[in-house]
Design a protein around this ligand. Structure first.
Ligand SMILES: Cc1cc2nc3c(=O)[nH]c(=O)nc-3n(C[C@H](O)[C@H](O)[C@H](O)COP(=O)(O)OP(=O)(O)OC[C@H]3O[C@@H](n4cnc5c(N)ncnc54)[C@H](O)[C@@H]3O)c2cc1C
Length: 416
């Protein structure tokens, strides 16, 4: 069933009785050409592009809970491609290009909103670093504008420009950045994959990976064994746990990241704003709530909830740029498990086990990567060779030392 304004009008006139489920709740078959483990945005996008771009439709996505129950449904929905390092920039810009056509591609309203992402700077040194990043982006053909304080004030007059500790001197703006509705992205890819024959199997946890003579032969699940010569892991915060089922140890730590939503207010913040002197980012949802977050909790955990010191830290960051936040009530708060890699950049690569592929290490930034991650991972699975847009995300960089350290903070996952 295609969605269109005519379909909407038709259903409105006949009592909404004609809608069909957007995807089948499939039962697992005994075997597939490829199995994708993890029904988050990345796993579903991978399955979609496997079927659409590579004609590989005998595919299952196995999700231990419901699709979108992990980070895909817990993030603060920011999309951007404002990176400095070439390996990152070409990938995230490819993702941005896919976002720009995603609703037409999926025939689904993923609410992509290019409302702009503004990174505030508070010192001369930080301005220089942002100028360098902006120039790097422009050299890659990506939009970037370095704004001074007056230009930022014209866009966001309610910010605290004269904070004694962190006065706002300007910002780096990517106008094409913005937000998208996270769970609609999950549902859109699920629907697109299902329409092309992919089985989406929920409540199906992978509890074992069968490896014979260095080759993957299938998976064991809570709903039976499944034979597959290609097994692709897209398990985000659980990547280390699932990879260990095949005896692999990953350069990843799992950390909690929290997010917050305030009570709804009238339209105020019409873009994404990030604080430059601490970790704080904020936007306003279409329902009116202010959506914001900050740093990871800083210790390894698989709990999808956070600790109070980080709540305080996030609120402090918010108050430093937006003092009016203090008069709002926080309605909801939650946590997700981040797969923090040692250099802050992701992994899309083969593993030492033939037929076992890995998509992991997305840290704070995997939502904006969803389309390109699925695109590149599907290419890797179909051709057993990396896609040029994602070929910097190699697993062996942690052995060779050719790391992709965008922040330049070294091999400490809690600092990326
Ligand atoms: C609070 C928060 C805010 C964030 N904000 C942003 C943001 O603004 N912008 C941005 O770009 N990124 C953001 N992120 C990061 C982003 O959400 C993640 O990097 C991204 O969603 C990870 O990919 P995914 O969607 O496939 O992960 P997930 O949705 O976590 O998918 C992985 C799936 O694997 C499943 N799984 C795990 N183990 C098994 C198993 N054994 N068998 C079967 N299934 C299994 C899980 O249940 C899960 O559904 C944020 C994350 C959090 C938590």
């Amino acid at each position: 069933m295609s969605y269109s304004v005519f379909r909407l009008a038709r259903e409105a006139l006949r009592g909404q009785v004609g809608w069909k489920p957007a995807w089948r709740d499939a039962a697992p078959k005994p075997g597939y050409d490829a199995v994708v483990v993890g029904g988050g945005g990345h796993g579903l996008a991978t399955a979609y592009y496997l079927a659409k771009e590579h004609g590989l439709a005998n595919v299952a996505v196995l999700e231990k809970s419901w699709i979108g129950s992990g980070n895909a449904g817990r993030n603060t929905t920011i999309i951007r491609s404002n990176y400095l390092l070439p390996g990152n920039e070409r990938f995230y810009e490819w993702s941005m290009k896919l976002w720009e056509g995603l609703e037409q591609e999926l025939n689904y309203n993923t609410m992509v909103s290019q409302r702009g992402v503004l990174n505030l700077y508070h010192s001369d040194a930080q301005r220089d670093a942002y100028a360098r990043r902006g120039n790097g982006m422009r050299l890659h053909g990506v939009d970037a504008d370095l704004l001074d304080a007056a230009q930022v004030r014209a866009r966001h007059p309610y910010l605290d420009f004269d904070n004694a500790r962190f006065p706002i001197r300007g910002g780096l703006l990517q106008r094409r950045g913005g937000t998208a509705r996270h769970d609609a992205v999950v549902w859109g890819y699920a629907r697109g994959a299902d329409r092309r024959g992919v089985d989406i199997v929920q409540n199906c946890e992978v509890v074992g990976i069968d490896v014979v003579n260095g080759k993957v032969r299938g998976v064991r699940t809570t709903r039976g064994d499944i034979v597959a010569n290609k097994v692709a892991l897209a398990c985000a915060g659980n990547s280390s746990r699932v990879a260990s089922l095949a005896g692999l140890r990953l350069p990843i730590e799992s950390h909690v990241l929290q997010a917050f939503v305030s009570e709804a207010i009238k339209p105020l913040i019409d873009g994404v704003i990030t604080f430059g002197a601490g970790h704080f980012y904020i936007s306003q949802s279409d329902k009116g709530g202010l959506v914001f977050g900050g740093d990871i909790d800083g210790y390894s955990s698989y709990a999808q909830r956070g600790s109070l010191p980080v709540v305080e830290d996030v609120m402090e960051g918010g108050m430093a740029v937006l003092p009016m936040l203090g008069r709002l009530r926080v309605l909801r708060q939650w946590g997700g498990i981040m797969d923090m890699s040692m250099d802050g950049s992701p992994i899309i690569d083969r593993t030492p086990i033939a037929g076992l592929y890995l998509n992991a290490g997305w840290c704070y930034g995997g939502f904006k990567a969803t389309p390109a991650s699925g695109w590149c991972f599907a290419h890797l699975i179909a051709h057993d060779a990396p896609h040029p847009a994602g070929d910097a995300f190699r697993l062996d960089r942690f052995v060779t030392g050719a790391v992709l350290d965008e922040k330049g903070v070294g091999a400490q996952p809690n600092l990326h």
